[in-house]
Design a protein around this ligand. Sequence first.
Ligand code: 2P0
Length: 333
Amino acid sequence: MTADTSQATATAQPNIALVKYWGKRDATLNLPAAGSLSITLAGLHTRTHVHFDPALDADDVALNGARDTAQTRKVSAFLDLFRARARVDTRARVTSSNDFPTGAGLASSASGFAALAVAADRALRLGLGARNLSRLARRGSGSAARSIFGGFVEMSAGTRADGEDAFATPLLAADAWPLTVVVAITARGAKSISSRAGMEASQRASPFYRAWLATVPEDLASARAAVQARDFEQLARVSEASCLAMHAVMLATRPALLYWNPATVACIDCIRGLQRDGIGVFFTIDAGPQVKAVCLPGASSRVAAALRGVGGVQDLVTSTLGAGARVVPDTAA
Ligand code: 2P0
């Protein structure tokens, strides 16, 4: 291995869960307590360059141009998983940037760790393959396991203590059912409670947590069948139910986790109105105040126009479904 060649650039996109992940069965290996099902977006990107450089004494990590001790520690621990597989101790320079707001409920950790896994694998010439990269991306962030793949993706919780059966698999390609997502941005800036801290709190102190877990297998089966049959009505029903059940768990947590603001509720109301008018759209909301409207092909311009008129909506981001994490030429970094 030489310093000149031990580098690579990768790009990955965030994903949005339709059947939600909220809670872990093992915090050390970051194993989810239940499976989840997601769609990978096309229009929002993380781009990550990794250079394993023998001249470095420590990892140097710049995320969106800023260096942060806690983030560097997390990225270093993640890169250690790759260094162990490559049997090297070389430190790395990591530069990563998002073309969308970080930490605002748009799953920047998902695309971030998926891109980092793919770049580290290529830089160290490990050739691990997508399933192994999904397992490894999971160690950085549970949702990152899903961004390794494009289109419709299912994450398995697995049952093994070593987590080898906890990885994502692709269900359906992006172009096989070209849905569009309109994200209504209702607040800027990072959320006050991270997903990780929030799910830990819910697991410890929400009386609804066990009931929530019991809903997931049936919701997953229903969503998987809906995707396979391209049944939008069924996917809408199960996705909204899974989202609201997760938020019920959050709200029942003591002290309560309330990620919504008034504009979040106004967007739900707007989407319900569109549904009454026969428009193919449903909502989902993650651990933040943004509302993601999932639209049938052809419905997104009407949905965007309606959401733009909702008080408190600051911006809209529209995206089709996209590909999984992949290596891109270094020169474009
Ligand atoms: C999801 N979320 O399924 C759910 C819905 C947020 C709400 O996955 O602790 O950042 O790093 O595994 O992946 C966000 O959680 O959590 C998330 P960790 P992650 O998309």
